[in-house]
Design a protein. Sequence first.
Length: 202
Amino acid sequence: MSHAAAEPQSYGLLAEFDSAKALLDAAHAVRRAGYTQTDAFSPMPIHGLAEALGFEEHIIPKVVLGAGITGLIAGYGLEYWSSVIAYPLNIGGRPLHSWVAFIPPAYETTILFAALSCFGSLIFLCGLPQPYHPVFNAKRFKHASSDAFFLVIEAKDPKFDAGAYGLLSFNPGALAETAVSTSARTFLPTSGGQSLIVDLVR
């Protein structure tokens, strides 16, 4: 019995640009058009790109602050418990609760907890490790780490509709559009042009 090959599920539409400014302008235009599920890829940081894409979540500083306070309390509490409660030692008549001496280790645990939480939350929120991503299906995406700039509108965007893309208009700088699927072995090409998105191949 033969079975028809399953149609690949569309991930979104990827556009390549020839400069950082063209990418930034396109990101602003896409945002103004109402698209919210977008992402950009660049070989270097671009000032203002995160804001253009609508990245407004600032949860990492809150996580780091909370972890730092936790580290401070944990470090100081451990010193207090070991020196005052569990193993009190009279050393030269000094007070058991020598808070001045407790400050450097407590400071170190504050920095340790904050640094580890920053690294861990960044890795988690970025979805790493991620050995595969649908945009890797685009042949030219390998240039994203060297000399090319890309913008993708994901299929899960509420406005993701083939008929609406023709209404988008951008300054020159868009080199090509590519529809990428979620299948690792499927590459879906679309027509090229100067506009960011011309049509969608499902």
